[in-house]
Design a protein. Structure first.
Lengths: 114, 115
């Protein structure tokens, strides 16, 4: 059962425009959410996160929005750049007995065209 | 710190053989995760440890898979016997609780091919 869902396997946008990547989750116990970026032949790297007590977190060109009632989060990249082309993974964290379980979605491949 | 180190980077083995993947987490991190990446299932959590103790192994596909963490600086994921459907990229990640929440740092992965 996929607890973290990224329903769009791919997204293509023009350089300079906004990229919006979406993520849905089912487990209401998740209380911390992260986005990771992955280039081919590399491990995922952390991009931005948000706590469940917030609804927005911004870091430069990257903004994550959280809608708890809808169990939905999104990553906005503006303006998009060709170097942003990568696979983006949404992740959700749940505390278990003092440690944290980190669950990922299937990923969305973003292509930013020059 | 060199980051999370995984070995080997690539492994090709014949069906039925034992495969051992290795991971050295970042020094000082107290949580370690093993993930498997496939096209169909994305990044799938197999097992994770906290302070060298397995906390949740519900993602381990079947008894052919086992993982150990004998000390804070080393972990192994073993598949015995291996099957072609185990072919995937296996990632190890580590994290440390800081300010209440954490981010995990990933190794570069081991690409496993079982023929």
């Amino acid at each position: 059962d996929q607890q973290v869902k990224q329903n769009s396997p791919s997204l293509s946008v023009q350089e300079g425009r906004i990229s919006i990547l979406n993520c849905d989750y089912t487990n209401s116990m998740f209380d911390y959410f992260l986005w990771y970026k992955k280039y081919p032949a590399e491990g995922p790297t952390f991009l931005i996160s948000i706590s469940s007590i917030k609804d927005k977190n911004e870091d430069g060109r990257f903004t994550v929005f959280l809608n708890k009632s809808a169990k939905h989060l999104s990553l906005h990249i503006v303006p998009s750049q060709p170097g942003d082309s990568a696979v983006y993974f949404c992740a959700a964290s749940q505390t278990q007995g003092g440690s944290e379980k980190l669950v990922f979605g299937k990923g969305t491949k973003l292509t930013v065209n020059p | 710190d060199a980051g999370v180190i995984q070995s080997p980077r690539h492994e090709v083995t014949e069906m039925g053989q034992e495969v051992t993947l290795r991971c050295k987490p970042i020094s000082g991190h107290n949580s370690l995760f093993w993930y498997r990446q496939t096209m169909m299932r994305g990044l799938e959590l197999l097992i994770y440890f906290n302070n060298n103790v397995p906390i949740d192994d519900s993602g381990m596909p079947e008894d052919r898979f086992s993982a150990k963490m004998p000390n804070a600086s080393f972990s192994t994921l073993k598949i015995q016997p291996s099957e072609p459907r185990d072919s995937a990229v296996y990632f190890c990640a580590s994290s440390m609780r800081r300010g209440g929440r954490t981010e995990a740092f990933f190794g570069q992965g081991t690409r496993l091919t079982v023929v």
